[in-house]
Design a protein around this ligand. Structure first.
Ligand SMILES: [Zn+2]
Length: 133
């Protein structure tokens, strides 16, 4: 009845297999590609809004910062911020994969379960630490 545990803590804390790591690496690379595409699209939209704004100021209109352009600008800037954070998180996860620390919580050092990583490959914190964050 006394199975050796081998220093691995927790039922959910099995070290990741090579197949699981490969799967997560591919998923991260796919996500990063998609994020970069989306970010380029958003950056293009920001440039469009900026251009529309300067066109408006060049006119004799009295309201160069019209509410439509301003709110569109904030919306795109918000999405761009969010995308940049995701790109950074995904890049950091790929770096941890390269250095062999992937799958380990960056706060407490516990193994992060595959279930959590499969749902969110860029996760840097275990569930317990993520709840505290
Ligand atoms: Zn943790």
């Amino acid at each position: 009845m006394n199975e050796p545990v081998g220093g691995v803590a927790g039922a959910d804390a099995m070290p990741l297999t090579d197949a699981q790591l490969d799967h997560l690496r591919r998923e991260l690379q796919r996500q990063q590609g998609a994020l970069h595409t989306e970010l380029r699209r958003m950056t293009g939209s920001l440039a469009d809004v900026r251009e529309a704004r300067s066109d408006a100021s060049a006119d004799d209109e009295h309201d160069p910062e019209g509410p439509t352009l301003s709110s569109e600008w904030s919306r795109i800037a918000g999405v761009t911020d969010e995308l940049e954070r995701s790109v950074a998180a995904t890049g950091a996860a790929l770096e941890r994969l390269a250095t062999g620390t992937f799958g380990t919580c960056i706060r407490c050092g516990q193994q992060i379960g595959f279930g959590r990583l499969d749902a969110r490959p860029s996760a840097a914190l275990c569930i317990a630490c993520a709840r505290m964050a």
